[in-house]
Design a protein. Structure first.
Length: 143
């Protein structure tokens, strides 16, 4: 049962949530936690997605990344159709347990973005110029 696997942080005091050793994901009103995914060796930011309780459970059980697709409203096993399976090397949770960080090894061609790039974060936003300027591409090739 998911409730027994993931107790609610609302049922615990702040010290238990922030310092304790029990996973108590703080799912939002839509039943999701944010998941940041980076490449295990290089540390490159690959993607940001969301997990519901089932995606989190499957990720823990299988050692492969599962997400919840908000646009398709379905569970999503990353790489299931593309071959870009993400094998989890390490999973961490933040201090208040409302975000997850996955460090992964990516199979296939190493891509993670639906555009064919390794990272979904291939555009820079210029800052500190007092105005909003056009985005800058980092030159990462489409794989």
């Amino acid at each position: 049962m998911l409730d027994s696997l993931f107790p609610s942080p609302a049922s615990a005091d702040r010290q238990t949530v922030e310092e304790g050793l029990q996973l108590m994901p703080a799912f939002d009103a839509n039943g999701l936690v944010t998941c940041v995914t980076t490449e295990a060796d290089s540390g490159q930011l690959l993607m940001v997605a969301h997990m519901n309780a089932e995606a989190l459970r499957r990720t823990i059980e299988t050692g492969e990344a599962w997400y919840w697709s908000r646009s398709r409203r379905t569970l999503w096993h990353k790489g299931d159709t593309s071959g870009q399976i993400q094998t989890v090397v390490e999973m961490r949770v933040d201090c208040d347990q409302d975000a997850v960080w996955l460090r992964v090894k990516v199979a296939g061609d190493g891509g993670c973005c639906h555009t064919g790039r390794c990272s979904c974060f291939y555009r820079r936003v210029p800052v500190g110029k007092g105005v909003c300027e056009p985005l800058e591409k980092d030159g990462s090739a489409v794989t």
